[in-house]
Design a protein around this ligand. Sequence first.
Ligand code: PEP
Ligand code: MN
Length: 358
Amino acid sequence: MIIMHKGATQEEIDNVIAEVKKLGFRADVSRGESITIIGIVGDERHIPFHQLSILPGVKETRMIETPYKLISREYNAEHDTNRIIRIGDVAIGDDKPTYIAGPCAIESKSQMFRIAEEVKRAGAHILRGGIFKPRSSAHSFQGLGAQGDDEAREALTWLRDAGRKFEMPTITEIRGETKVELIAEYVDILQIGARNMYDQDLLGIVARQGKPVLYKRHFGASVEEFLSFSEYLAVEGNKDIILCERGVLPIGKGKSFTRYTLDLAAVPSIQEETYLPVVVDPSHATGRRDLVYSMSCSAMAAGASGLAIEVHYNPAESWVDAAQAITADELKNIIDTCNHIHTIAAENKRKAFKKSGR
Ligand code: PEP
Ligand code: MN
């Protein structure tokens, strides 16, 4: 990264960007109130640091040692400021928690509209609905989208229209590079599921749609790997990335009693490293509706910016992930409690920040 002097002029900044490009790199810009940092994106073996460090207006050049660079706090010109991702009236990462809710899979138009109405009333901000479902068995229902492009468009239209009617931005998961543009036509946030966390070609295409991305941690990925792969989104110039913790593989012999192991320490650890918002998915993490409430509260206490929760008016009859779906009444209870916890957690965090002098 190239750190500009506090008083660097726009002309000097533009000149540095032009030089970076002339050398065959992409220039990323992190603009703070008092300083500007320019990120050099490309093969790091060939960066001529010395040549760049003597340009007018440059204070210093430095290598960011972590594999995740553009999303790191070190690179953020406003070091302690977090990124707020805005979609219409919804802001993810600001001082209020954001709730994403809806069915695991869209089953019909009436199901989508009924759940949309219910989750809106419960206090949700963003409407989810799976159209292309990643399933463990090739013989399971793969989502309406897998039945053909006409069916996919139909389901995407229901999601979009339900979102419009009940004033919620929408989100659905991307499965496969060929469907990215189609999905981006209809929804506001593109979701990359846990199983696709490592697909760097898919990450590139999704990031280039220019829409916010909800990026889920793979169940076998370390936090460092998760952040390193997030960088594949950021290098495309898209930093509207919502990171989602959704549980990792359980360890040891015998039963774990939950579908995955929710790694809540990942939340503050990731926040220490990056300025991106982190949300938690207690539904997939536990696979159990009776644990969604307690894990939601715990996620809020850990400092999460929001939650992603699966909801159905008839949970046990959900076509996909029936064991973890909750009702909208249960969602409302979670939201009411979590709003309180979030306020307390944010207050305590501010105090801790002051103590550590940051
Ligand atoms: C989902 O959110 O619908 C989903 C399939 O989750 P994950 O990718 O975390 O398994
Ligand atoms: Mn699901």
